[in-house]
Design a protein around this ligand. Structure first.
Ligand code: OSB
Ligand code: MG
Length: 374
């Protein structure tokens, strides 16, 4: 049984080691919302809201999520008894539209609380079966095809099992081709973050010759119908990211033939209940999934790693180790990747598997709010 006494909301600023550029924007310093959930039983957990600085990925931002958590999400769960964390999702969906990332930050934190309370690792509570997760890297748009080929080669040399290349018009074929020429047999894929339209179908079809694992979200953030038309014209599998915001959208993808792979980001779909439902559905219908990333701190990564331990997460996730993003992470131990390009699921301790460095978080905090049951 979970009954939260309080949620402490914090915003921290965490500079990336290098700016990350995608078709819809660039970020150099992350503004990250961290939550600390306190249960009446004494169990606690930290969680992270993955909303970005700017509404270029989805309509949510850290600022909208802050308001949504304070005004709508927290009041629905604080002081309320839940038999199990899987029950939280329905409470947060009833007559409450959107705000998936705000909802997910709290819903996932409640899974973290439940794991701590039960004394089991989060991955075990979710039903994970993997001890190690295959890791891929997501490379932002680089200055030249040669620069991208160098970065991709270095990533493969480090052990990464997949290289995702961000593309946009003007930074596409030549870039991906340069990476493919440098790495003839590596697992490569492209992510367009909505930069194209159906008018670009012929150009996107040229990527077919470069033997990519998939092309992620080429068309509009909320589109399925045009992706289905595009998929009919491509040999390469389309993977949807932005468009899949719920189990129903995943089902629609399959019905329409709008894609053959799904990138599950628990923040985007409202949390773990929805992520597991999408995972289970995809497993039944033969759609492979992988866990995407949102440049999370080590807190968010703990949740993604736990989720990626489920059986149908058969493709490498965007789950790079701490040092790929940060000079210093906010958790101990930091997340590391072995030479074989895998990351260990922390199965040797209860809860989310890492400790938050409170002194460091306090030093990085720019605002704080304590939310309590009325
Ligand atoms: O589309 O997957 C994306 C980061 C911010 C917003 C959208 C995306 C991304 C990434 C980063 O690709 C993946 C990571 O966290 O390493
Ligand atoms: Mg993406």
């Amino acid at each position: 049984m979970i009954r939260l006494d309080s949620i402490t909301l914090r915003e921290i600023r965490l500079p990336l080691r290098e700016p990350f550029r995608i078709s819809s924007g660039v970020v150099a310093e992350r503004r990250i919302a961290l939550l600390e959930l306190q249960d009446a039983s004494g169990a606690t957990a930290w969680s992270e809201c993955v909303a970005g600085e700017w509404p270029n990925y989805s309509s949510e931002t850290i600022d909208t999520a802050w308001i949504a958590i304070e005004a709508y999400v927290a009041p629905r769960v604080l002081g309320v008894r839940f038999d199990k964390p899987a029950d939280v999702h329905a409470t947060l969906e009833r007559d409450f539209r959107g705000h998936q990332m705000a909802k997910a930050a709290v819903e996932m934190g409640m899974w973290g609380v439940a794991a701590a309370q039960a004394g089991v690792p989060l991955a075990q509570l979710l039903g994970g079966i993997r001890e190690r997760i295959a890791v891929g890297i997501s490379l932002g748009i680089q200055g030249s095809p040669a620069a991208l080929a160098d970065r991709a080669s270095a990533a493969i040399a480090e052990g990464y099992q997949k290289v995702k290349i961000k593309i946009e018009p003007g930074h596409d074929l030549d870039y991906v081709r340069a990476a493919r020429e440098a790495l003839p047999s590596a697992e490569l894929m492209a992510d367009a973050n909505n930069a194209y339209t159906l008018a670009d179908a012929a150009l996107l079809a040229e990527l077919d010759s470069l033997d990519l694992m998939m092309i992620e979200q080429p068309l509009a953030h909320d589109d399925l119908v045009r992706h289905a038309e595009l998929q009919r014209r491509l040999r390469t599998a389309i993977c949807l990211d932005e468009s899949i915001t719920s189990l129903e959208r995943a089902q629609d993808m399959v019905t329409l033939g709008a894609g053959r792979i799904i990138n599950i980001k628990p923040g985007r779909v409202g949390g773990f209940h929805s992520s597991i439902a999408i995972h289970n559905y995809c497993q039944r219908v033969g759609i492979p999934v992988w866990c995407g990333g949102m440049l999370e701190s080590g807190v968010g990564r703990a949740y993604n790693v736990a989720l990626a331990s489920l059986a149908n997460f058969t493709l490498p996730g965007d789950l790079s180790p701490s040092r790929r993003y940060w000079q210093q992470d906010v958790v101990t131990p930091e997340w590391t990747m072995a030479e074989d390009g895998t990351m260990a699921v922390p199965l040797d301790r209860p809860g989310i598997g890492v400790d938050v460095d409170l002194e460091r978080v306090n030093a990085l905090t720019v605002r704080r709010a304590v939310l309590r049951a009325l």
